[in-house]
Design a protein around this ligand. Structure first.
Ligand code: GLP
Length: 242
C-alpha cells in the first residue's frame, strides 16, 4: 500500500483528479469505480475543471458507483444517483447510459446484486476504483463485523454509519438503514485503487488502518494486500501516524 500525505484537502483532490485524468488520457474507454460522500467532491470539481479546459474527454468512459441506499429513488436528492449527477455527470460529456449505480428500489435485490457484478465483469472489470473511508473503517458500505462479503449485496448499516449519514437528512427517521454495496471482492478486483481521507475526524481510523493488520472490524484493512493501492491523506488525517 503506497501512502502519500498532502498538505490539505485541495492537494488531495488535485492528486486524485490527475491520476484519473492520466488514466482516461491513456485509456479513453476505461472503467472507473466511483464513490460518494464529502471526500471525493473536490476530486469531482477538479475533473470538471479539466474537462472545461479540454484536458479530458469522458465520452467513452464507463463508471460504476460503489453503493446506493435501499428504498430511495434516483430522483430523490438524497440518493447517490442524484449526488453523482449533480456533483459530476451533469457537468462533463459522459454518456449517462454508461454510468451505473446499484438500483436501490429493485424489486428483486438478489438479482440486482448479481446483475451489477456481472455488468462489471462484462466491461472487463474496473481500471481504477476511487474510495473514501467511513469513520468505522468501512469502504463502500462494507461495514465492520464478523464477516466481509465478497460480492455486491444488501447490507444493514451500522448505528455509527446511520448517525454519520444523518447530517445529510432532516431527521434521524429519514436516514436509510440499508444499502446495496459492491462487496469487498468486487472492490479488490479493481486493477488500481485510490483511497482518500481528509480532516481530523479521519485521523483515528487512519491510524488503525496503518497498524498493518487485516481485520473484518476494519474493512479497509484488506487494501493492504491489494497489488496497486494508494492512500492519499491530508496532514490532518495523517496527524496520528508516526
Ligand atoms: C458513505 C459512503 C462511503 C464513503 C463514506 C465516507 O458511507 N458509502 O463510500 O467513503 O460515506 O464519507 P465522507 O467522505 O463524507 O466522510
Amino acid at each position: 500500500m503506497r501512502l502519500v500525505v498532502k498538505k490539505n484537502y485541495d492537494e488531495v483532490s488535485q492528486m486524485a483528479a490527475i491520476e484519473i485524468m492520466n488514466l482516461i488520457n491513456k485509456k479513453p474507454n476505461c472503467v472507473l469505480g466511483l464513490a460518494t460522500g464529502s471526500t471525493p467532491i473536490g476530486t469531482y470539481k477538479e475533473l470538471i475543471k479539466y474537462y472545461k479546459l479540454n484536458k479530458i474527454d469522458f465520452s467513452k468512459v464507463t463508471t460504476f458507483n460503489l453503493d446506493e441506499y435501499r428504498g430511495i429513488k434516483g430522483d430523490n436528492p438524497q440518493s447517490y444517483r442524484y449526488f453523482m449527477d449533480n456533483k459530476l455527470f451533469n457537468s462533463i460529456n459522459i454518456n449517462k447510459k454508461n454510468t451505473f449505480i446499484p438500483n436501490g428500489i429493485a424489486k428483486d435485490i438478489e438479482e440486482e446484486c448479481k446483475y451489477y457484478d456481472n455488468l462489471i465483469e462484462s466491461k472487463h472489470g474496473i481500471d481504477l476504483q476511487l474510495l473514501g473511508i467511513g469513520n468505522n473503517g468501512h469502504i463502500g458500505f462494507n461495514e465492520p463485523g464478523e464477516f466481509l462479503y465478497i460480492n455486491t449485496h444488501l447490507t444493514n448499516l451500522t448505528k455509527n454509519t446511520i448517525a454519520a449519514n444523518s447530517r445529510f437528512f432532516n431527521s434521524m427517521e429519514e436516514v436509510p438503514t440499508q444499502a446495496i454495496t459492491m462487496g469487498i471482492g468486487s472492490i479488490m478486483k479493481a486493477k488500481k485503487i485510490i483511497l482518500l481521507a481528509s480532516g481530523k475526524n479521519k485521523a483515528n481510523i487512519v491510524k488503525e488502518l496503518f497498524t498493518e493488520k487485516l481485520s473484518t472490524k476494519i474493512p479497509a484493512s484488506i487494501l493492504h494486500i491489494h497489488a496497486d493501492c494508494t492512500i492519499i491523506l491530508d496532514e490532518e488525517a495523517a496527524c496520528l501516524l508516526n
